[in-house]
Design a protein around this ligand. Structure first.
Ligand SMILES: Cc1cc2nc3c(=O)[nH]c(=O)nc-3n(C[C@H](O)[C@H](O)[C@H](O)COP(=O)(O)O)c2cc1C
Length: 461
């Protein structure tokens, strides 16, 4: 009788156990909706099999520390050694350019051909320093297109002859790429990826956000082509997808390949959220391991949470109940319904609770942290040890004192003020690379003067 009771109840017990434990195992195997404590410390397994040791990544930040010919330097090694000690599961390099005539900024690392011995050695030392704590170090590979400054190239190549809409004359008139030149750029992405893999980098990310070349192709505002690289979205995404394929062919199936993509450009008639939802699905089909979600361009710097030159174009996305701090979590949440590959979300994360909420809700699988790392290099370790909130330097930095803040109403001055604040971060990165510590007394004005003088020197022929 006792046995009979157990027999009649056992299917129920088994079903109950499945109901309780299945979501846990599903979540674990899928890296999503993790119900665990200390979620930031959980490893993340990527489709290619690579494992990131935790859920915090240092976001890509241009360093400007390379030699004029694009060679990495001991200063880059010092900087990335510090960041590796800081506890992030993954460090993304700043823009590494695949074409020396299209730098995002003087002082970029450039890998635009099969490296010679000096380049191989310099890349390898950089990778060794940046991985000294067992974290990942990925190369962000990029081409600046029309966002190349005039001091680097007065007539940069771009999808179409559409000049950047910024006042100040910093950017020249672009020249449309021929199809043969596009094919050559696609090949260069592959060459660069193979070189960084050989040097000891542990992953690669194609930069297709923030208005750089691949993002220019995606936008109907900057891409007016009538050949098979322009027109409908499938054509506008062709340069990106061909570049992804070239990179995958160069690095093989077991090496992480990622893409940084805008959730939207937030500009009227630009790359919008519906486009982005489609592109993430194509990227998943193309075998990408991780997509980093950001947004905006130089004209509309939403990536930094800053107002642009024109009114922001609102996007159709369901508003979640998550705390309003990080800029792109709602977009990422909507994307998670379309793809199953991991998403990294970057922009505005400062509170540990908000990061945990993004991971727990399934919105993000990896949290990108940028600006705080320019001073607090061990921000990830501090968060993992329980720090509640990272510093918000952005709240206190301004080119103009408060009583002159009305000057921001004038577009040229607003653009200058946005760049000047960026220069403060550039200069902190310079200080970390040269002296191993941030500069506590740095002002935005001093940083602007120093950066401008240095960039002029780097581009002096
Ligand atoms: C100084 C600085 C340099 C940056 N350079 C790059 C870059 O090289 N590539 C890139 O994709 N994003 C770059 N960004 C954007 C960051 O990766 C990130 O998207 C942005 O700072 C928002 O994150 P945060 O709010 O945590 O700072 C840069 C941002 C800053 C502040």
């Amino acid at each position: 009788m006792h046995c009979g009771w157990a027999q009649s109840w056992s299917p129920l017990v088994v079903m109950l156990a499945i109901w309780i434990f299945c979501p846990y195992y599903y979540a674990k195997s899928n890296n999503k909706n993790l119900p665990m404590k200390n979620i930031l410390a959980q490893p993340l397994t990527l489709p290619c099999g690579a494992v990131l040791p935790n859920r915090i990544s240092k976001a890509a930040m241009t360093e400007g520390l390379a030699l004029p010919d694009g060679l990495p330097t001991p200063e880059l090694n010092r900087l990335y050694g510090l960041w590796s000690d800081g506890g992030a599961g993954m460090l993304l390099s700043g823009n590494i350019q695949i074409d020396r005539d299209h730098l995002e900024r003087p002082g970029n690392v450039v890998v635009d051909r099969k490296p010679n011995k000096a380049m191989r050695t310099a890349l390898a030392s950089w990778a060794t320093a940046a991985t000294r704590n067992g974290n990942h170090f990925w190369a962000q590979i990029s081409h600046a297109g029309r966002q190349t400054q005039k001091i680097v190239n007065p007539n940069p190549k771009a999808p179409s002859a559409v000049k950047l809409g910024l006042p100040g004359g910093q950017f020249g008139e672009p020249v449309p790429l021929t199809k043969a030149e596009i094919k050559s750029i696609v090949r260069c992405f592959g060459v660069c990826a193979a070189a960084v893999k050989e040097a000891g980098f542990t992953g690669v990310q194609l930069h297709s956000a923030h208005g750089y070349l691949l993002s220019q192709f995606l936008s109907p505002r900057s891409n007016l082509r009538t050949d098979d690289y322009g027109g409908d979205l499938a054509n506008r995404a062709r340069a990106l997808l061909e570049s992804v394929a070239a990179v995958r062919a160069a690095v093989g199936p077991e090496f992480p390949v990622a893409v940084k993509l805008n959730s939207a450009d937030f500009q009227k008639g630009g790359f919008d959220f519906a486009d982005s939802l489609q592109v993430v699905q194509w990227l998943e089909q193309a075998g990408v391991d991780l997509i980093e979600i950001s947004g905006g361009t130089y004209e509309q710097p939403k990536l930094l949470g800053v107002a642009g030159m024109e009114e922001e174009e609102k996007q159709q996305v369901a508003e979640s109940t998550m705390i309003r701090e990080a800029y792109f979590v709602d977009f990422a949440l909507a994307m998670q319904n379309k793809v199953s590959i991991p998403l990294m979300v970057t922009g505005g994360f400062r509170q540990r609770l908000v990061m945990e909420q993004a991971l727990e809700s399934g919105s993000a699988d990896l949290i990108g942290v940028g600006r705080p790392m320019c001073v607090m290099t061990d921000a990830p370790n501090q968060l993992l040890a329980g720090l509640d909130e990272l510093p918000r330097y952005e709240n206190d930095l301004a080119l103009f004192p408060r009583w002159l803040s009305f000057l921001g109403a004038f577009k040229p001055l607003r653009a200058l003020a946005t760049f000047a604040v960026q220069y403060w971060y550039y200069e902190q990165i310079y200080a970390l690379g040269h002296r191993g510590e941030a500069d506590n007394n740095l002002t935005v004005l001093a940083a602007t003067k120093q950066i401008m003088a240095r960039e002029k020197k780097l581009t002096a022929k």
